[in-house]
Design a protein around this ligand. Structure first.
Ligand code: GLA
Length: 378
């Protein structure tokens, strides 16, 4: 990162930091419904090197998007350019909106090893890396949790994707070897270790390009259900309350969206109880049930993800498999006994290739800490 920065901006960076991507184990499309999620930060992520400038410009360069070169924004007129660099620019805007105005601009270099558009939160990692860099460069007194909130603000207000807090929270607050049970309503959280199980991510290669509009549609459908049920958030309901009142939802599609949110939220708590008791198979069964609900009720899966999850669920040593993230493409997450990983990789690659003609990328992941400064790299 130091070399990349020097080559581009002809001086040394003042800070180098890293923000991880995330994989969600269970609790999908529950965060914006006021429910629980259970993600963890992974070793794949985005690095950022930065240094202040003397003028009021922001320059962003990504080694992953070399072809678009360096993008410049003015602190005095931050506007959306329809490019990747809107994410870090949006974070600067978020800092300003929260009262942390920058005295001067800065130069940034980013480099990531997260597959983009694969549902592993490359955008949240970009936002959180920017937040950490800004905090360090300008000595802004923000906590990790506030950086997550600022990242979400940037995505909601500057980019226009109405996402919840899960991705930014996992990237900022992750803990090595643990997943984090987050109450997205109150932001209270606790960590739970994943024992000795392996986490393997399989990339369907289907990019979730339609995701942002379809994502916002799902949110609207949930809001409609909330209004008709007379509840502020779907995940405040128990399953019994939902069953009693579901007839109040007039539209069948909205009723199915609501059913997913209510049952998924309960599944998260049950899954974490089982995990804490060391019952990996019980945890895995709930992952499988989550996939079925996302496929049938929430309708955010696709043929490739269904194939990957269903093939994995039948393999020896696989506790559970499901699509992860917003959906419409992207990845599956698989919880597997360590001894079964090699066979899993081979079987999935062969099966996927014979069905879809391509070998899927497979990433065994390490669960790592949330974002921070990387002293070693300077
Ligand atoms: C995306 C959003 C998250 C969450 C998931 C679905 O990743 O950014 O806030 O809603 O989709 O669980």
């Amino acid at each position: 990162m130091k070399k990349l920065f020097e080559r581009r901006f002809h001086r040394v960076p003042e800070v180098i930091c890293f923000a991880p991507g995330r994989v969600n184990l269970i609790g999908e499309h529950t965060d914006y419904n006021g429910g629980y999620v259970f993600p963890c930060a992974i070793h794949l992520g985005i690095r950022c090197a930065a240094a202040k400038r003397t003028d009021r410009e922001l320059h962003f360069y990504s080694e992953n998007c070399r072809e678009v070169g360096e993008r410049a924004y003015s602190l005095d007129a931050l506007s959306n350019q329809g490019l990747w660099s809107d994410y870090p620019a949006g974070v600067v805007r978020a800092f300003e909106a929260f009262g942390y105005s920058l005295r001067q601009g800065a130069d940034f270099v980013f480099f990531g090893d997260l597959p983009e558009g694969a549902g592993l939160s490359s955008s949240a990692a970009l936002e959180v890396a920017t937040g950490v860099a800004l905090r360090e460069l300008f000595e802004i007194p923000v906590t990790q949790q506030e950086i997550a909130i600022l990242g979400q603000f940037a995505e909601n207000r500057f980019i226009g994707v109405n996402c919840g807090i899960m991705d930014q929270f996992a990237s900022a607050m992750g803990k090595s070897g643990n997943a984090v049970l987050l109450n997205a309503n109150t932001l209270s959280f606790q960590y739970a270790p994943l024992w000795n199980a392996a986490l393997v991510i399989v990339n369907s290669g289907v990019r979730h390009s339609l995701a942002s509009s379809a994502y916002n549609d799902r949110r609207r459908e949930c809001e409609t259900a909330c209004k008709e049920l007379g509840t502020p958030a779907l995940c405040t309901l128990t399953t019994a309350e939902f069953e009693e009142r579901k007839h109040l939802i007039t539209d069948d599609i909205c009723r199915r969206r609501a059913r997913h949110a209510v049952y998924e939220n309960i599944r998260v708590l049950e899954a974490v109880t089982r995990l804490k008791a060391g019952d990996l198979s019980g945890f895995g069964q709930l992952m499988n049930a989550s996939h079925a609900s996302l496929r049938d009720d929430y309708a955010v899966s696709c043929e490739e993800l269904d194939f990957l999850a269903e093939t994995a669920q039948k393999l020896d040593g696989v506790y559970g498999a499901r699509m992860t993230g917003g959906g419409f493409g992207g990845c599956t997450v698989n919880l597997i006994a360590q001894s079964a990983v090699e066979n899993f990789v081979k079987s999935i690659q062969t099966a996927y290739q014979s069905r879809f003609g391509v070998i899927p990328a497979i990433y065994p992941v390490t669960i790592c800490d949330g974002a921070g400064v990387k002293h070693d790299d300077i």
